[in-house]
Design a protein around this ligand. Structure first.
Ligand SMILES: [Zn+2]
Length: 386
C-alpha cells in the first residue's frame, strides 16, 4: 500500500548531499562521514475513512511508511493508549511501554527488520544501552536473521537476559556508551552486515514517526499544544519532528507544536548547546545518571536535533537524578511502572520546566509525554523507603 517503491529510495548525506543506494548498506556518508537521511520518499497520511477499517498497529499508516508491511514480522506494535497524567489537567501520557518488547524502540526496529528481509542480508548488528538492542533482537528473531548486539558492560542484567532470550549474540563492551558504539561500528563495516542502528539508519526515524501520527489520529486530527520528549540520541525528537513536518506539508496541521526535549543534568550536551545558541552539541564528559537511556555524551544527530527543536520554537531542559527518581516513584504510585529514563519527561513537567499554555477552552490537550520504556527490565533507581 506504500506509494513509493524501495528502488526509488536513496540514502542522502545531511552534510554534503552525496547519495547512496538504499541496498548498499551504507550507515554513514562514504564521502564526509555525515549522517544519512532518506531521499526519494513521498509520504501520505491515510484519510480518516481509510484508517477506520485498519488493524490497530502502526502499519495502518502504510502510505506514510517507506516500506510495505512484511509478512509475519509484525508483533502488533503501535497504537498505544493515551492516559491522563496524575494530577495534571490537560496533560496526557502515551503508554509506549506497552510495546511488544517493552519500549517505543519497536516502532523503528520493525521497519529495520522489514528492510533487512527485503534486502536479504545475512546478518544484523545493533548497539544500544538496552531497549533498542532488545527491539532489534526481537524483530531479527521474528525475521529469522542472525543478530549481534553490542551493549555497555554496565547494562542491567534484565536487559541482557532479554537479548539472549531472543537468540542474539550479546557483546558486552567495557567503558563508555561511545566505546560500545565504536565497537559496533567496526563490526558493521564487515561485508554483508546490516547495521540496524537506531541512531544512523533513517528507516528507524520513519518508524518512530508513527508516535506522532498516532497522536494526531488519537486526538481527532490534531496535535497537543506541546510535545514533551526525552532526548539522548534523539530518535523520538527527530521522529516526532519528521511526523510534524509531513503533516504540515500535507496541510493536515496549521503549525508545528513546540518540542520541549528533556536531558539528564549529568549528561546534557544538547541542553548546553541550546542555551549557548550553538549549532552542534557541547563537548562534555557525561556523568553517570539513572536515566541511562538518554545518557548520550556525543549524539551523532546532534546538529539535526538542535535545528529541529529550534524550528518548532521549543526548548531543551534538564532534570536531576533526584527529580527523575521522585517522578519515577510518583508514576508508579499512579499505577504506571516505567524505567527511570521514561520518567524524565514527567520529572520536567512536575518541576515546572515545561512552559505549558493555559488550559484552552476548546479542550485541546496542553501537553503529551511518552512513557517510553517498561520498568520490568531495569534496575530500580533506589530503594524507596516507606
Ligand atoms: Zn557527506
Amino acid at each position: 500500500m506504500t506509494t513509493t517503491a524501495l528502488e526509488d529510495l536513496a540514502l542522502r548525506c545531511a552534510a554534503c548531499d552525496r547519495s547512496d543506494p538504499l541496498a548498499g548498506l551504507a550507515w554513514r556518508c562514504g564521502g564526509c562521514g555525515g549522517v544519512l537521511d532518506l531521499a526519494g520518499f513521498r509520504p501520505a497520511m491515510p484519510s480518516a475513512a481509510a484508517l477506520a477499517g485498519r488493524r490497530p498497529t502502526l502499519w495502518r499508516y502504510a502510505e506514510a511508511l517507506p516500506i510495505a508491511e512484511p509478512a509475519q514480522i509484525s508483533l502488533g506494535e503501535g497504537l498505544t493508549p493515551l492516559v491522563s497524567a496524575p494530577g495534571g489537567p490537560g496533560v496526557q501520557l502515551k503508554v509506549d511501554y506497552l510495546m511488544p518488547t517493552g519500549s517505543f524502540k519497536d516502532r523503528g526496529a520493525v521497519l529495520l527488520a522489514a528492510l533487512a528481509r527485503r534486502l536479504r542480508v545475512p546478518r544484523m548488528v545493533a548497539d544500544s544501552s538496552g531497549n533498542a538492542g532488545s527491539a532489534v533482537a526481537a524483530y531479527a528473531a521474528r525475521a529469522g536473521i542472525p543478530c549481534e548486539v553490542y551493549v555497555p558492560a554496565a547494562t542491567s542484567a534484565g536487559k541482557v537476559a532479554q537479548l539472549r532470550a531472543y537468540g542474539a549474540t550479546v557483546r558486552q563492551i567495557p567503558g563508555s556508551r561511545e566505546d560500545t558504539a565504536d565497537a559496533a561500528a567496526q563490526a558493521a563495516g564487515q561485508p554483508g552486515t546490516f547495521y540496524a542502528s537506531h541512531v544512523y539508519h533513517p528507516f528507524f526515524l520513519h518508524g518512530v514517526k508513527t508516535y506522532l501520527l498516532e497522536l494526531w489520529e488519537q486526538l481527532g486530527g490534531r496535535l497537543p499544544a506541546t510535545l514533551v520528549l526525552p532526548v539522548g540520541n534523539g530518535t523520538l525528537v527527530l521522529g516526532a519532528y519528521l511526523g510534524c513536518r509531513e503533516l504540515l506539508e500535507q496541510g493536515l496541521i496549521d503549525a508545528m507544536p513546540p518540542i520541549v526535549a528533556v536531558q539528564a543534568a549529568g549528561c546534557a550536551p544538547l541542553a548546553r548547546a541550546f542555551a549557548d545558541g550553538a549549532a552542534v552539541p557541547a563537548v562534555i564528559d557525561g556523568e553517570p545518571t539513572i536515566a541511562e537511556g538518554i545518557a548520550i555524551a556525543r549524539p551523532a544527530r546532534g546538529r539535526q536535533i538542535l535545528a529541529a527543536v529550534r524550528d518548532t520554537g521549543g526548548a531543551i531542559v534538564t532534570v536531576t537524578d533526584d527529580q527523575v527518581s521522585a517522578a519515577h516513584a510518583g508514576l508508579a504510585r499512579a499505577g504506571l511502572y516505567v524505567e527511570p529514563t521514561a520518567a524524565a519527561c514527567w520529572a520536567a513537567l512536575q518541576a515546572g520546566l515545561v512552559d505549558l499554555p493555559p488550559a484552552p477552552s476548546d479542550g485541546r490537550v496542553r501537553a503529551i509525554a511518552p512513557l517510553c520504556g517498561s520498568g520490568l527490565k531495569s534496575k530500580p533507581p533506589a530503594a524507596q523507603s516507606d
